[in-house]
Design a protein around this ligand. Structure first.
Ligand code: HEM
Ligand SMILES: *[C@@H]1O[C@H](CO)[C@@H](O)[C@H](O)[C@H]1NC(C)=O
Ligand SMILES: *[C@@H]1O[C@H](CO)[C@@H](O)[C@H](O)[C@H]1NC(C)=O
Ligand SMILES: *[C@@H]1O[C@H](CO)[C@@H](O)[C@H](O)[C@H]1NC(C)=O
Length: 547
């Protein structure tokens, strides 16, 4: 036979072998996946994964986190398998070691990009890396220190608002309303150097920009199904055509999202241009602005002038980050603050001890330095414990862009009794980051891991916690994620919670009412009264504390 033909047959044989191996590898992967324990599913058509994502998914999420082990199989529609992963080593692989393989699902990235523009949560790879390089230093502790006085001024105004309500005596107040107002104003002043709500009246000031950002989260939940289509939509024809298609699409929620997206980008642009003019006019003009030039955007604009050519942030990207920051900062922090106040109302002994600590340190005067405020032990423990037990973001997905394997810290026993040491995950497998599962893992945190016990942070943590390779950026917790896409604002959020609590718990007491509080699953968890009413609120009895 002629040499070329031998070569051809040889190549074909190699190709066939590769194909067979690949198929059997896939078969093996699917076998392992089917063999992983998980909650029962009553319907092959629908699966059970929607139980995880619905508003009343709290019980199901807890069941998944606690009762099946460190990796759990969920069923998607039409028999699709979805993995819930809480094992520390596997999480480390996803978030750190193979971060470039495990990316966010495309529909999320694409729709985030459509809504905000080219921002951190709408970009991947090199673009994301370049943006993080510019943005990360802006959130450093040093900048937080300079921002503290701005925070104090805002929180003192909040105190006056609440004071006006309870001066005559105890009153039932929706504390979520004011944690929401103060969170928006703090990211406004601290993030953009812009005021949404001067906090000078009992009623929240109306602001088109603020309203737009606030309505985005609920609207996004409503278009979840449509969001799945966006990767296909963006490939359809030129921009003007896609725009027209969106304009004509007969869906009220989609139209809301479009309106919000337009409003946000218009308002961000205006604020950006005002800032730029002030910066060009020199220090005097900057100092007259809200936030006195100490806000994140002003710092970023200054950093941009000295950054190297390839790091510089184009205007369009800067504007996209502005709306994203407000969006990412507001509901997360306000709902966490509400959860802390509820926990303090449930544990009045802890609340009294915290007040003692705060008054002893003079924390309500605004004279405490950043470092002294951060060091208050019980205040710190309360924040950490609440973020551990009640992470507000539990819908976090990743998808491997190629076939991959997740090694486990400890083997799990498959449904057929076999031992699984690592889990092959074929390209495209949907993975849910097991934030709650990791945060309440009993072999790490102890048998009392489901109890709210701030004291656990007042002595050294269990060795198991420190030894496990949990990839969380904050405090061995998955709450703010970790790795290259960790929450960029966790220091900002921590300072915000502490400033608000320092002042408010010094001056007021918080008690439960008769009303039953329920917590609802969404992109950010939120409280309601009972299960039927969907209005986010957290009523507590608030009284003026007089020493
Ligand atoms: C309790 C409060 C907060 C929690 C629990 C929280 C949690 C998270 C989580 C889990 C992520 C990762 C999301 C993902 O990869 O899909 C994230 C990302 C992010 N967070 Fe936060 N966050 C909080 C407050 C804040 C604040 C106050 C800011 C801004 C000042 C902020 C800005 C961001 C940004 C910009 C990202 C995207 C980072 C990137 O993709 O590179 N967050 N946050
Ligand atoms: C809990 O942590 C241990 C120790 O790292 C790990 O082996 C185990 O798989 C984890 N369990 C769950 C349910 O995540
Ligand atoms: C950053 O600097 C570059 C180059 O000077 C400029 O083109 C760009 O508009 C600047 N970005 C912002 C957000 O001002
Ligand atoms: C409460 O707030 C007022 C200012 O409105 C302040 O003078 C007072 O000392 C604060 N502290 C306590 C414990 O009431």
């Amino acid at each position: 036979m002629a040499a070329p033909i031998v070569l051809l047959y040889g190549l074909l044989a190699l190709g066939a072998m590769w194909f067979v191996r690949r198929q059997s590898k896939h078969r093996n992967a699917h076998h392992v996946m089917r063999n992983i324990p998980g909650p029962p599913s009553r319907s092959w058509m629908k699966g059970n994964v929607m139980q995880f994502f619905t508003r009343h998914g709290q019980e199901f999420q807890r069941d998944v986190a606690l009762n099946y082990g460190s990796v759990v199989r969920l069923e998607g529609p039409l028999g699709r398998k979805i993995l819930y992963v809480a094992d520390p080593k596997a999480l480390h692989t996803i978030i750190i070691k193979e971060e470039h393989v495990f990316e966010e699902p495309e529909p999320f990235l694409v729709s985030n990009n459509l809504i905000f523009g080219e921002c951190l949560i709408g970009s991947l790879g090199d673009i994301h890396k370049r943006q993080r390089k510019m943005l990360t230093p802006v959130f450093s502790v040093n900048h937080m220190r300079h921002m503290l006085p701005v925070f104090n001024t805002v929180v003192f105004k909040l105190r006056e608002v609440v004071l006006a309500k309870v001066r005559e005596g105890e009153k039932e107040i929706d504390v979520l309303e004011w944690t929401g107002r103060v969170a928006l104003e703090l990211i406004g002043q601290g993030g953009l150097g812009y005021s949404f709500d001067p906090l000078d009246s009992e009623k929240e000031a109306r602001n088109e920009y603020g309203d737009a950002i606030k309505s985005l989260l609920p609207a996004m939940m409503n278009i979840e199904q449509l969001r799945q289509l966006t990767p296909h939509l963006v490939k359809m024809g030129p921009r003007w055509f896609r725009r027209l298609a969106v304009d004509l699409f007969p869906n009220a929620h989609l139209q809301t999202v479009k309106h919000v997206s337009d409003t946000m980008s218009e308002r961000s642009q205006n604020i950006f241009h005002e800032k730029k003019v002030a910066l060009n006019n020199g220090d005097e003009a900057v100092l007259r602005q809200v936030g006195e030039g100490r806000d994140i955007m002003s710092i970023l604009l200054r950093a941009n002038t000295t950054a190297s050519e390839q790091d510089k942030l184009p205007e369009s990207e800067m504007i996209a980050q502005m709306s994203l920051l407000v969006f990412a900062a507001t509901d997360t922090t306000s709902n966490t603050l509400a959860r802390i106040l509820q926990s303090l109302a449930e544990h009045s002994d802890v609340q009294s001890k915290l007040r003692e600590e705060l008054l002893h340190a003079g924390a309500d005067t605004g004279d405490l330095s950043y470092d002294d405020l951060m060091k208050l032990p019980l205040l710190d423990a309360i924040c950490r414990e609440t973020l551990r037990l009640y992470p507000p973001v539990t819908i976090l997905l990743r998808v491997p862009r190629k076939d991959s394997v997740l090694p486990l810290s400890e083997p799990v026993v498959g449904l057929d009794g076999s031992i699984i040491k690592d889990v092959p995950v074929p390209k495209g497998t949907e993975i849910i980051i097991g934030t709650l599962g990791s945060n309440v893992n009993k072999s790490l945190w102890g048998e009392d891991s489901l109890e709210w016990k701030p004291e656990r942070w007042l002595s050294p943590l269990p060795r198991a916690v420190n030894d496990a390779p949990i990839p969380g950026v904050y405090s061995n917790l998955m709450t703010f994620l970790g790795g290259k896409r960790a929450c960029i604002g966790f220091k900002f959020s921590e300072m915000e919670m502490k400033v608000v609590l320092a002042v408010m718990v010094s001056n007021f007491t918080f008690e439960l009412t008769e009303k039953e509080i329920g917590w609802n699953v969404a992109l950010v968890w939120y409280p309601t009264v009972g299960k039927d009413d969907d209005r986010p609120q957290l009523p507590l009895k608030v009284r003026l504390y007089k020493p």
